[in-house]
Design a protein around this ligand. Sequence first.
Ligand code: HEC
Length: 467
Amino acid sequence: MRTHPLALSIVILAGCSFEGGSSSPDAGSEPEVAPRATWHQDVAPILAEHCVSCHYEGGIGPFSLENYETSSSLAPVLLAAIESGEMPPWSAISSDDCEPRHSWQNDPRLSAEEIATLGLWIEDGTAEGDIATATPIPERAEYDLEGKNAQVAPPAAFTPSGTRDQLICLVIDPEIDQLSWLTGLQFNPGNLETDHHAVLSVVPAEGIATMNELAGPDGVWDCAGGVAVPGSYPLGVWVPGQAPTETPNESAIPIGADTMMVLQMHYHPTGNDHAPDLTTIDLRLESQPPKRMFFFSVVGNAFEAPNLLPGPNDVGGTEFRVPAGIQGHIERMEFALDFDDGPRLPVTAMFPHMHYVGTDMKVTIERATPPEGEPSEECLVNMPSWDFDWQQTYFYDAEYGELPTIGTGDTIKIECGYDNSLENPGVTRMLQDEGLANPIDVLLGEETTDEMCLIIMGVMVDLPAGP
Ligand code: HEC
């Protein structure tokens, strides 16, 4: 476990509980007033639902929120982390100028009412309440993939080391010998002390030679910028505390015969002796073609910057450059879609991606000839405060027919904000990792000191009905 400053400075606040026999009949003239919220009746179920997936004994969260003692001693800190939006980690947040049509699946954020309950609990002395009449607490979800029927893993464990973040790619032979359709996957992290996030990608035949060159004989390489293998496409992304990924709306992702896979692990080693990590991935594969194919489509600037619009800090022509020390820098780009005569495609998921200097991102669509029921312009995803550590796939919480669609003639517009000053904690961390004292100009690219601005969209396309 990374040592967390908070874990070292936990101050056990003096208990002033109304319950638990601490009040004696002649303790004064103040009448005893029942607290408006207690741990057993009100608070434990809220934390169990929103926090305990990570904050349990042995989980990735730096302390457990399953017990009264820790939770009550930290109560104001918990409330502050919730009110600031820091916890639970979640970056897809609407604003007045960018509000997606639908909410998101598995949104872990608390309702205003739940936050108010925590406030009352604190105001009234973080009372424990009566365990005899406790509100039942949901079991901590197991996050097991239902119907899993295959498992893949790298041939050997990897042991992260040092104090710098490591992005390591590991070759996996999935031993799939016929076209298969993936409808779900779940990662089983090998070591929660170091595993921070993971991406599993398929490498089709055309990319295997490049992959082998990058990976060398041991099948392991440093891949800070991404998998960078021709034709490779992601199957799913994992962050701690995440439910299994399942393809929506009777869709599935094809995995061809004799393909390979690459697992990209993002490690946060702390310089201690870490146990080796062997992360495995459960898959649910089907042999019958689904009703529709699910695939991820990447739009944005990653290694090159086509479609970039001129910006105020450009020097000598349009360029992707975040000058050293600058705050509030924006890069904008526009992509015209052309699917030939293909049908419009529903978009079901959004995975925004930047590196350490990024602060915010906004993706909108402009439809030249919007179909009935769809606006000519709408926001697809908004991230007012980008967090590199908690990148994830956001799925719209909507029926198939209600999803936003993309088609020929539409323009996808992406706007990425950057802060390349020491006030951005991401920059401080990047410079520390690279042994640099001051910010440097940040260009487009795959290295830690480069930036990207891209959106990976989960899209579906109907398949012809089978025989
Ligand atoms: C997806 C996993 C996850 C969930 C869900 C989660 N946390 Fe955390 N939390 C973490 C991790 C990991 C840290 C350690 C700091 C970091 O890496 O951001 C942390 C740190 C904290 C901290 C220390 C804040 C700081 O300044 O770093 C507080 C307080 C906290 N969590 C409270 C909560 C509360 C309250 C909830 C529920 C409302 C919650 N967390 C939900 C993973 C989670």
